[in-house]
Write a protein that binds this ligand. Sequence first.
Ligand SMILES: *Cc1c(COP(=O)(O)O)cnc(C)c1O
Length: 222
Amino acid sequence: MGHISDTIRSLHARLPEGVELVAVSKFHPAEALREAYDAGQRIFGESRVQELIEKQPLLPADIRWHFIGHLQTNKVKQLVGKVAMIESVDSEKLLELIDRLSAAAGVTSRVLMQVHVAAEETKFGFLPDELLDYFTSRRFENLKATHICGLMGMATNTDDQARISDDFHKIAGLRQHILQLCPDLRGFDTLSMGMSDDYPLAIEAGSNLIRIGTAIFGQRQY
Ligand SMILES: *Cc1c(COP(=O)(O)O)cnc(C)c1O
């Protein structure tokens, strides 16, 4: 029993009912993912298209791959139809492109909209007001081959627990607000929040999908 399988098993045992784990395996070799798989893990998160495409054929077919990185428009075509979820849709332009290429490929893409609430300038995502505008004007009704399953977000990178918790509650509150605006919205259930250092706070705030890399696989070698 290695560290990876021990951590997967203890996370599975400890996570509350209804909270799913994405094992964030970016920059780790296929053997590391295999160990996690053998311990029962089925959802893996990758942040680079090329790396995901290379790892997929080396690993079992029942893995559900989640794309979690910034997705460049010129890579969308390679990704569509290959993943269970794109968690990091950070612009309408990207969303429309995913939709167009999914329709052309005859598949339905499941996506999350990435929300930007953190203090850092560098984080991608929709501002809360942009998302409210998107749903108020019901532009999602134009999508033909894309299902928006919820929101993904990150907290500010800080040691201030109150600030982190506040960011997560903001994202959870935004989902509620969107559901009030569009009560007929179906399957807008997923709230992907929480990483190695802050996932307990995220779960407290209502996360039902946590994305954990370092705590499972160790430090990444970039
Ligand atoms: C890398 C990454 C994670 C995992 O972060 P850890 O701190 O290693 O757990 C989670 N979410 C996103 C979007 C990431 O890019």
